[in-house]
Structure formats: C-alpha cells, structure tokens
Design a protein around this ligand. Structure first.
Ligand code: IPM
Ligand code: MG
Length: 361
C-alpha cells in the first residue's frame, strides 16, 4: 500500500492545537484505508525564530521539499511584531511558498446550510454559496522589487512593486480555467485595469488563455466593484482568479459570507509538494485555551486528499463528517449559535473522527 510523507508544521498561536485535530483525522483515514501517512514535524514562524533565529530554518525547508504534502497551522503573534521584516514569522510562510513554487492558492468559500445564521449577512444572500478564489501566490507586491523604506532627498520613501510576467499570469489563469471547467464553468478575473497597467496585462493574458476554454464563460471585474459585489450578490460567482494582493484581501472578505474565518481551508499548489493550511491566522488571543475552531484545518486535510493524493472518496467523507457534526448542532465558540452545543477544539476534532469511523468502509 502506498504511503505518503507529510511535513507537519504547527507554527504559532492556535497552530499546534488545530493541527493536532487535523492529524487525528489523518490517523483515522489511515486506519480505514490502510494508506500510510508518515508525519514529520518541523518548526516555522515565531517559534522557529525563537529557537534558531530564523522563521524558516533550512531543516524545515528541506523537510517540506522532501515531502508529498505540507500541513501548516498558522504563524505569527504580537511577540514577534517588532522584529525586522526579514525575520518576521510571516517570512517563514512566504519562504515556504516560494521555496516550494506554490503559485496557486485555492480558497474555497462554502456556506454550510447549518451555519447560515453565523454569517453577518442575510440568509438569502449567503444561502448555497459555493465559490472558489484562485489567488496567485508568488508574484505582485509580495515579492516584487524594488521594495523597502529608504531615505531619498532627506525624507523617507516606501516602495513596493506590483509586477507580473505574462508566464506567471498564464499559469495561474490555466489553473483557474481548469478548475472552472470542473465546476459551473464561470470564471471571473479581478483586476484594476482602469488604473494599473500591470493588471491590464493580467486582463489581456487571462483573455488569451480563455480562447483555449470556449466552454468557460469569462468575465472581468475591477477589484473595488468585486469587493462590493461579494457582499451584494455573492451567488453570481463560481471561480474568481486574481492577483496575490487582491486575492489576500478578497478572500478575507469572502470568508465572512460563511460567518467565520475558522471554517475556511486552503490549498497552495505548485510543481510538486503542495501545502495545506487554514485561511485564518494564529489567533494569539485565544491560543492555548482549547477553544479554537479546528474545522478549517480539518477541511484543509480534505483538500490534501483531493489535490495531492487523488483520494476524492476520503476528501468527500471528511467534508461529510464536518457537515454532520454541524448539523447535529455542535459549535466552537467562533460559530456560536443559540441552542447549539459549544465544544472545544479537541472535542470538535473527536466528533469529526467519530463520524468518520462510523462510515461504512
Ligand atoms: C494569508 C495571510 C498571509 C498573506 C500573511 C500571513 C503573510 O494573510 O495567507 O492570507 O498575506 O498571504
Ligand atoms: Mg490574508
């Protein structure tokens, strides 16, 4: 039976608690299928900095490169906020993204029927929402040069550079079109082509790639309008493809359709080893209290089964188990609802595992 090597990088804040629950899910899937998962833990983020003076030790990068997939918790916290940019916990994450060549970040936004009331938006607006944000992850102002703060003519100036080559746009566009083809065949490309030349190129290249996908309906939208439409009428969207920075912002916004950032998984795909992590951060305010929502991380494991291991059945089962637990009325604090049973991080993980175990083999 095939085995997979998984780098487990819990990171900071609530990272370790939520990753522990996702690892339980890997364990029960291994039991049920006979597939072997070899887990190897590594340090990343603030914890890695404290120990080694760098948020991404070489050992961790090597571990990730030698694995079939990476499961990451979260990085960062107030303790490290005053550090130089070059050693901030976030650099660890960005280093993993670039070191693994992860250019495509998939952020599904799915509104679970039983959580409709958790959204600050009206039920009619969010019911049935199932959209996918495809965020380019290796370009734009995140990695563009020149960058930095320096002194010119006696005063400080700050610079970041939004930059994309046409190859970079083409490959993410292909990812998005391929995905749209497996879904409702509607792709929205988000740019700011009325102001930014770089995104005019983005629009042109996405349109060119679209010629190879005649079945997919391609639309373009300016990012400001998209931000508004996501709240006004999110049901119009299927797949959204956009730049690194716009994708960062729009995905946080879109998470609120579901009511909690604690429900949003993500997959970052590239050439080989992909990385899976919840879309939320390290939530230092609740770290160590055992109240964090592990479902985004557990759903990220489902994405791992689907995208890295080609095990759709197991991916479906994990997602189904999560739906069942929600349907039965169990909630973590972040998705608290009147009449629900509030459970902690470990209990929520155990509930999902129990449901999984009960499925026929
Ligand atoms: C995200 C996060 C990261 C990003 C930070 C932590 C570097 O906000 O994954 O959305 O900006 O990409
Ligand atoms: Mg973000």
């Amino acid at each position: 039976m095939k085995g997979y090597r998984i780098a487990v990088l819990p990171g900071d804040g609530i990272g370790p608690e939520i990753v522990r629950e996702a690892v339980k899910v890997l364990g029960v899937v291994a039991e049920r299928t006979g597939v072997r998962f070899d887990l190897h833990e590594g340090l990343v983020g603030g914890g890695a900095y404290d120990r080694f003076g760098t948020p991404l030790p070489d050992e961790t990068m090597q571990l990730a490169l030698a694995s079939d997939a990476v499961l990451l918790g979260a990085v960062g916290g107030p303790k490290w906020e005053s550090l130089d940019y070059s050693v901030r916990p976030e650099r660890g994450l960005l280093g993993l993204r670039s070191g693994l060549g992860l250019y495509a970040n998939l952020r599904p936004v799915v509104v679970f029927e039983d959580l409709i009331d958790a959204s600050p938006l009206k039920p009619d607006v969010v019911r049935g929402i199932d959209l996918m944000i495809v965020r380019e992850l290796l370009g734009d102002a995140y990695f563009g040069k020149p960058r930095g703060v320096r002194i010119e003519n006696g005063r400080r100036i700050g610079i970041n550079t939004m930059v994309y080559t046409e190859e970079e746009i083409r490959r993410i566009a292909k990812t998005a079109f391929d995905l749209a083809q497996t879904r409702r065949k509607k792709l929205l490309s988000v740019d700011k082509a009325n102001v930014l030349e770089m995104t005019e190129l983005w629009r042109d290249v996405v349109t060119e790639v679209g010629r190879d996908y005649p079945e997919v309906e391609l639309r373009h939208m300016y990012v400001d309008n998209c931000a508004m439409q996501l709240i006004r009428n999110p049901g119009q969207f299927d797949v959204i493809v956009t730049t690194n920075m716009f994708g960062d912002i729009l995905s946080d916004e879109a998470s609120m359709l579901t009511g909690s950032l604690g429900m949003l998984p993500s997959a970052s795909l590239g050439a080989k080893t992909a990385m899976y992590e919840p879309s939320h951060g390290s939530a230092p305010d609740i770290a160590g209290k055992g109240v964090a929502n592990p479902l985004a991380t557990i759903l990220s494991v489902a994405m791992m089964f689907r995208h890295s291991f080609d095990r759709t059945a197991e991916a479906d089962q994990v997602e189904k188990a999560v739906r069942m637990v929600l349907k039965e009325g169990f909630r973590t604090e972040d998705i608290r609802q009147a009449g629900a049973v509030i459970v902690g991080t470990a209990e929520m993980g155990d509930l999902v595992v129990e449901r999984l175990r009960a499925f026929p083999a």
